[in-house]
Design a protein around this ligand. Sequence first.
Ligand code: KG4
Ligand code: ZN
Length: 346
Amino acid sequence: MANRTVLGIESSCDETSAAVVRLSDGALTVLSCHTADQNDLHRTYKGVVPEIASRAHVESIIGVIRCALREADTSLEQIDAIAAGNRPGLIGSLLVGTSAAKALAWARSIPFVGVDHVVAHLTAALLDGDPLDAPAIGLVASGGHTSLFRMNSPLDVELIGATVDDAAGEAFDKAAAILDLGYPGGARLDELAQSGDESLVSLPITDLKGLDFSFSGVKTALSLAAKNPPHGATTADLAASLRHAVVAQLVRKLQQAMEVAPVRSCVIGGGVAANRLLRREVEALCARYGVALRIAAPRWCTDNAAMIAAAGAFRVDQGERDGWDLVALPHSSVARGHRGRPIRSR
Ligand code: KG4
Ligand code: ZN
């Protein structure tokens, strides 16, 4: 298997990111990753404003790519292929990264590949580690998606469960807004929950039939509890309860999936994979089932281009490339997203 050095570009939402990743004998090494966030631009609105996001991507993308190449001590001439996340995401944002990747690949006459951002969140767990030991169960828990996959290889994945309403990250963000923790809220809620006592506030752990998730009920329950906190519970206690209820549901479905069909590995990615309680709980679960845990390192959980470059490298390694007519799409080709949207294929 040849060495592949791939430049990846991520611009699906509000992070502009570029990375250089090398794939060698099935193992991925991150040579660089440079990310510009836009939190300061969106904070006032307590959420991402698509038009502001796409304009900010245009302004920063070239600088971000230059930084990634410099950090990797390489140049465009030494890159074998260019990958961009072309789905799912905000169309205006996706177009910036996808167009930049196409233009650079065309100028250098090297392969261009589009990558599904949700699948790339799974490959984030394989960065700087051993090749995947399949079959595996995969969980992506992010701000837009909560999806369970059966994985035969890093890119050969089958959707077996997904949220029917809010995503897990969305539940964290909405809860953080209810508790007035600022923007972006998921990580702040996690931090505050560290000092809280979840036993003081009881929130429902939703358990749908099968492997689907639902997080809108727990958010409503939190909002009611916050208006009238029981037993003098503090904001930290409310945060701890919310975190416990969301994590318990994620872990329960992972466990059910492992029982339906045994796996060798459990792969976890997406912003919520940074959650400290989730990391502890899945470690214990995998130890009980004798399954290798591959959870993304905290820096690769939230959106980054290293995971895009990695997924792109796997595609290029299989001899795949996309045409210049590849379009940006709002939906994933393998996952249901916000409010249980059905699977759409390209
Ligand atoms: O994967 P990501 O960067 O973007 C999407 O593709 O959606 O995920 C962002 C999500 C946000 O909802 C954020 O609140 C959540 O990940 N998040 C966390 C933590 N860090 C980020 N949620 C819980 N605990 C954390 N430590
Ligand atoms: Zn993401």
